[in-house]
Write a protein that binds this ligand. Structure first.
Ligand code: DC
Length: 231
């Protein structure tokens, strides 16, 4: 059915549905490479901010792209992210970046640039890749596609707790509004909007433990692998 040389697990869904937590554990358990594509969009947004560019200036942001090297290293609780060799793991999660990344992620030149990078990684390794358009656009032949959802209230609570752990102080009402706004922007942009792929399996993480969700998705993956042996 697929021409993939490696196994591909695509995990999409709205902000704070639990994608990166779940994807990281699955990648560890299956010994696949974890690719957090949201952090790539965040890193470009940070580079634009540091260069003093307006987030609306697609042309100027596009000019930065050829000089940006985004790399990952394993880390806990977050995968470590580097921009041209300098660690930006925490910097890309600050509210300034979180609140502007949807605008930068909507630019065709930015998406095209990252699409190439993401496919390059998947051509070389079996991956668990999480984002918004992995099952629909980046890896349309992924053997497993999961669409992870959770209620807005629970997602806001999760982001609130994550923020506290990182010393970021934003109240729950603001986070709820931010999440709703980001969902809207991610779902309504012209290019590769957040949407469930026709062949994706929806998993609702509301009121479920991380272990429960991991085991549910692991069963889906193992079933697939019985039918399509992995290289
Ligand atoms: O998952 P996250 O919150 O780190 O994602 C940050 C933003 O990046 C999100 O608002 C939308 C964008 N994004 C995207 O457009 N496509 C992806 N594959 C991943 C993230």
């Amino acid at each position: 059915m697929t021409a993939n040389a490696h196994f591909q697990i695509a995990i999409d869904g709205p902000a704070s549905a639990g994608k990166s937590t779940i994807a990281k554990i699955l990648a560890h358990n299956f010994q696949y490479v974890y690719v957090d594509t949201g952090s790539m969009y965040r890193t470009i947004t940070l580079a634009a901010h540091r260069a003093g560019l307006a987030y609306s200036d697609e042309g100027a942001i596009a000019q930065l792209l050829p000089d940006l090297q985004i790399t990952f290293q394993p880390g806990t609780p977050l995968q470590r992210v580097f921009l041209n060799g300098q660690e930006v793991t925490e910097a890309i999660r600050q509210p300034e970046i979180t609140n502007n990344v949807s605008q930068v992620a909507a630019f065709p030149k930015v998406r095209e640039f990252l699409l190439g990078k993401q496919r390059e990684i998947a051509a070389q390794h079996s991956v668990v890749m999480d984002g918004r358009d992995i099952g629909t656009t980046v890896l349309p032949h992924a053997q497993v596609k999961i669409y992870l959802v959770a209620s807005v209230a629970e997602r806001a609570q999760r982001r609130y707790r994550e923020n506290l752990e990182q010393g970021i102080d934003v109240d729950l009402a603001t986070l709820t509004k931010d999440i709703e706004e980001r969902d809207y922007k991610d779902m309504h942009r012209k290019l590769s909007p957040l949407t469930k792929a026709a062949d994706a399996i929806e998993v609702d993480t509301t009121s479920k433990s991380i272990d429960q969700v991991v085991s549910e998705i692991t069963n889906i993956i193992l079933k697939k692998q019985q039918n399509h042996p992995v290289k």
